[in-house]
Structure formats: C-alpha cells, structure tokens
Design a protein around this ligand. Sequence first.
Ligand code: ZN
Ligand code: ZN
Length: 299
Amino acid sequence: MPKWIDRTTAVASASIMIALVVMGIKYIAYAMTGSVALYSDALESIVNLVTAVAAFWAIQVSRKPADSDHQFGHHKAEYFSAVLEGVLIVVAALLIFRQAWISYATANTPENTLMGLAVNSVATVINGAWAMFLFRFGRRRRSPAFIAEAWHLTSDVISSLGVLVGLLLVVATGWAALDSLVAVLVAGNILWSGWKVIRESVSGLMDAAVSSDVEREIRAIIATEAEGALEVHDLRSRHAGRATFVEFHLVVPGSLSVVAAHEICDRIEAALQAAVEGAEVLIHVEPDSEARHHGVIVL
Ligand code: ZN
Ligand code: ZN
C-alpha cells in the first residue's frame, strides 16, 4: 500500500474526530443558552459528522476494483454518500425551521448568551483551522474530496460568524426574535449547499455524459488514432464517480483481418486512457457495409 493512502486515511479519520468534538462543543453552547440560532449551528455539525463518516466509507468502497458481483466497478458508491448528505441536509433544515417557529411563537429568549457564544467560538476556531489544513492537504494531493470538505467547513465557519453577529445584536437590542431569524438564515444556507450536492449526485446517477469540451477531445483523439479504419458512429459516454465509460462503433474495410482491426482498437483505447482520466473504452468493430455516413467521425 503506497504511503499517501495511509496519510489520506489518517486525515479522513481525523476529520471525523474533529467533527465529533466540534459538534459536542456546539451542542453544549446550545444547551447553555437555549438559543435556536446556536441549535441550528449544532445541527449543521451533526450533518458534517455523518457526511464525513459516509464520505470515508464511500472512498474506501469506490476504490475497490471490479469483482464478480460488481463487474463495472464500485464507483457509484460515492453517490450514495452524496445522496445521504442531501437528505440529511433537508431534514436538518426542516428541524431548524420548526424550532425557529416554536421559539418565535413562544417568545423564547436565549440565556447566558455571551457565555454560550464564547464556547461556540472555540468550535468555530477549530473548524477554521482544520479547514485551512484541509485546503493545503487537498491541494498538495490534488484531491477534490478534501478540497470540497474544506469549502464545506468554510461555509460552516461563515454561518457560525453569522450566528455570533446575530446573537450579539440580540444582547445589544434585547430583540429576541432575531434569534429565530438568524436560525432561519442558517437553515437557508444549509439548504443551498444541500441543493448543490444533490444536483451533482443526481446527474451522476442519471449517467450524465462527458462535457462537450471532453467529447470534442475524444472525437479528435479517435480521428487521429484510428488510421486504417473508415468511420466511427454511435459514440456514447457516461460518468460513474471517477470512471468515464466511452463506447462507439468502428467501421473497418470488410477485408481487414481481426488482428489488424484489434490493433487499431488498442491504439485508440491507449490514447483515450492517456487523455481522459479513468476512461474505460469499449469498441464494437463492423465491416464497411454497416457504414452510416451521418453523425459520424470520418477518418
Ligand atoms: Zn454500427
Ligand atoms: Zn482487446
């Protein structure tokens, strides 16, 4: 096992531990004050904790090679953790809206607000420091998962700062309804980040094709590497996690030997795998009587 996998696993585990500590501190701050704004901050941390665990699991599973009962690989495991994250985010936001309404309707006033904010700030500082570490670590390893987590924590820090400002205003003005208002804003922010996660994982589950830029690149590679063939048609692609499946029909002269046709296929496959990370290519070879002359890559 290469050394960097050990470091990655260690950092991912540390992320879970830190999420646990931060969640505990935030919950204490909520319990001290009864502030619905601090409640929303604590709930956001629970979502972070569960998604950190799910992401850790998904990374382990999606890394596994194809086996007899998952013959195309385990790439889509990553979408499960993303869908779970999306669902939890919606549940958390609904809980916050409900609590904010109850708090507003009963004219609940937070107690010990300054003490609670001091406790909550410890959690915010830990979150901020860990986010900065994850940015550096993720960029060094070129890992989109860690960079995404760093951005996620940054948005947490921003909503914690919003809660801080809101509750300081409650203390300064004595206007308790502001507590509920801040909680609703936090819930809105949580819903927005959840929407982005859901949108991305749904497009993956729906077998989204590669972007038009990548498709143009694939067509150009086929056109330059397929010397000896006549045309290519029915080109299709789909993403599955970090894998990209590409398939098409390759028309060759009917008199070409199987060995020669296979050589062309291997050449195209190698070029596509070099250009598109995680490409898995399947080519269907046909004689020239199958030529389409429309929607094709003419060679
Ligand atoms: Zn065909
Ligand atoms: Zn082959």
